[in-house]
Design a protein around this ligand. Sequence first.
Ligand code: GDP
Ligand code: MG
Length: 268
Amino acid sequence: NQASTSEPSLSPKPIAVLVIGMAGSGKTTLIQQINSYMHAKRKIGYIINLDPAVTHMPYEANIDIRDTVKYKNVMKEYNLGPNGGILTSCNMFATRFDQVIKLCEKPRDPALQYIIADTPGQIEIFTWSASGAIITELLASSFPTLVVYVVDTPRCTNPQTFMSNMLQACSILYKTKLPMLLAFNKVDVTRHDFAIEWMTDFESYQAALDKDPSYASTLSRSLSLVLDEFYNGLKSVGVSAVTGEGMAEFFEGIEACAEYYEKIYVPE
Ligand code: GDP
Ligand code: MG
């Protein structure tokens, strides 16, 4: 161990941000925007790509799962379809994730402030697999960690789609037990005011459902009562991964979540 112990570390631990959301919600584009915002504001961050199947990556990742596992080879070798290949690749990478943690604990630039992780396109590959649980736990036991749940705002103007998305976020919140920042993305297309209104005013959500007298809306009606508690503990922000709107508020949200982590995180 050649590290000098006489020199106390002055920089606080970097904040780890897991970016999760439905396929197409804009996770990768948002991370590109986060990356350019960090450059502009001279914030130092690492980006980890956990999507083994991404073909177009608009940013340069510091750590990339694709350097370690080739999902097409995994498919061939284990005789798997695309989803099985991606899932198995993530599980293989998770077994080595302790090395990623080590890299982040001793970064080339000791002033490292953020570790941003992009997750696979299909949400369930991360949230319903051993790899997701292992990676989340390793990050959360090493750094102040939070989840950014990315919402495709234009697709959520339908109250039932909104409900499915919120249920997904809710289950991730309770599974990870980490602070969560809801990022209503694509506000350049649709403002997210309606979503804030639905989350804070139960009756406005019910009124939106009234316009849709289907069987499923009865379920959404009951669920919205349950989700009230979930909404109360959430921070949310409207962003556009394309125009960069809302990035300052987004980073404020991250800092607030990291502070909250210090209060709530209990190691297993
Ligand atoms: P991912 O699957 O969650 O990683 O989503 P991507 O980042 O690949 O984005 C999916 C699609 O949404 C792409 O066509 C993006 O250009 C588009 N997109 C992402 N963010 C925004 C946004 O803020 N505004 C608009 N208008 N389009 C966006
Ligand atoms: Mg992506």
